[in-house]
Ligand binder design. Structure first.
Ligand SMILES: [Zn+2]
Ligand SMILES: [Zn+2]
Ligand SMILES: [Zn+2]
Length: 154
């Protein structure tokens, strides 16, 4: 995909973009999926399936197993509604569910926050290098660890 300025959704606009994307894929936006997405989007940092299961259990008023949350998160990742932050073993809501990018995450070692950037030129050159090395269907996972601006100021 060419470089473009896409909209980064937040709040209600993020929820409706996610719902639209999922239903376009022929999947239902069930109450449980909506609750998992709302919980995921409410975290300021990448959240584990356990964190999300706990948050959903509170809002739903009944115990939700982490396994059911995992299955929904898998569906969300496949549908471009969520991204997995591999080095944190956690998930974030994808702020641009309508367009595909190899999202790049900058993760703060101090506070755990993940800053999200998209740089298709960078990921395209990684894809090309992988293809040149005989790798097929490369899926770049680009994560940078360091200290975020807020923690640096302290
Ligand atoms: Zn985009
Ligand atoms: Zn992205
Ligand atoms: Zn930080």
């Amino acid at each position: 995909m060419a470089r473009h300025d896409h909209q980064l959704h937040e709040g209600e606009s993020l929820k409706s973009a996610a719902r639209e994307r999922l239903t376009q894929q022929g999947e239902q936006w069930t109450g449980m999926r909506a609750a998992v997405f709302a919980a995921l989007a409410s975290f300021e940092k990448p959240a584990s399936a356990y964190d999300i299961a706990e948050a959903v259990s509170k809002t739903e008023g009944r115990r939700i197993a982490a396994n059911s949350v995992y299955r929904i998160l898998d569906l969300f990742v496949g549908a471009n509604l969520a991204r997995r932050v591999e080095s944190a073993n956690a998930y974030v809501a994808n702020q641009h569910p309508e367009c595909l990018h190899d999202c790049i995450f900058l993760i703060c070692d101090t506070c755990g926050q993940a800053v999200h950037i998209d740089d298709d030129a960078l990921s395209a050159s990684i894809r090309k290098a992988a293809t040149n090395a005989g790798f097929s269907a490369p899926r770049p996972v680009i994560e940078v660890r360091g200290t975020c601006g807020e923690c640096e100021d302290d």
